[in-house]
Write a protein that binds this ligand. Sequence first.
Ligand code: ACO
Length: 317
Amino acid sequence: MAVPERVVTNADLEKLVDTTDEWIVTRTGIRERRMAAPDEALTDFALPAADRALEMAGVAGTDVDLVICATVSPDRIFPATSCAVQDHIGALDAPAFDLSAACTGFIYGVALGAQFIEAGRARNVVVVGGEMLTKIVDWTDRATCVLFGDGAGAVVLQAAAEDDRGVMGYALHADGSLGDLIERPGGGSRAPISHEMIDAGQHHITMRGNETFKKAVRRLAEVSEEALAGCGLEPLDVDWFIPHQANRRIIDAVGQRLAVPEGSTYVNVDRYGNTSAASVPIALDELNRAGRIQPGQTVLMTAFGSGLTWASAVVKW
Ligand code: ACO
């Protein structure tokens, strides 16, 4: 993982919008988030995250044959941020593309990378999940600006030597009929960049938070069960549950429905806020570097986001 140095606390936000630390903590569980500097962009974090993942895996960048970057807040609309990662790590001529599935993007990327490996079309795949959402939120909208943070995380996928290790299964879903629950309406071909579009604030994230909340709880629990069942597992078999870190109340409600073992759910939303596609890989890296995931343990990663999209992956570590 790689995150900005600057920590923005709820007390800092109290000076910006009509909010309180008490409201933010009670409704979301968020206490602070990381925020990129004005001159920092996604590649300032996506590149070091990829470097650190390769170093940990002991894989040379020149041996990488596919780069996927999940993001909805790239450096530029095009070319893809993954191409900058590919160039930086020296994965000469390897295919590279960005994947747009908002908060679910990293899990979509892991599933896709695993497919390339299973099909024998790639040996070493780098999957990055990264966002700079503080660059695209409306800093006058208290309902959204308190929620998001910046950062990136990355993994290296390789074929496992044993059959019972690695990405054991996944379940991926979307429902495009609910695309307007969380969106950034301006800047694309529907509402191209113009003074009018910007004056209307369409270049910012908009979200119908309450409706999103209800959908999130149900879908996160369902898709987790589906991915586990596909591997012949039950929630009680999970050693580590890494849910998308959007809101502590969503995580708790999903935990009640899913019945994973006590103490198996990892939570860091208090320190990072919602980092969208980066949230699962940041949590995974924190757990792993702390030595808390043991070889052979079952890790369940589940996310939900704009699209709507939702997905879950089961990994035998
Ligand atoms: N400080 C103080 N009051 C606030 C704030 C704030 N920061 N934000 C909203 N309020 C007010 C509202 O104006 C409203 O006031 P009113 O009753 O006078 O109208 C009141 O608090 C309640 O607002 P709700 O939106 O109903 O609050 P809710 O309990 O639903 O919490 C939240 C809002 C935290 C956004 C919650 O709905 C949520 O977490 N939703 C899910 C978000 C999510 O998971 N997104 C996922 C993906 S993001 C992506 O894909 C990029």
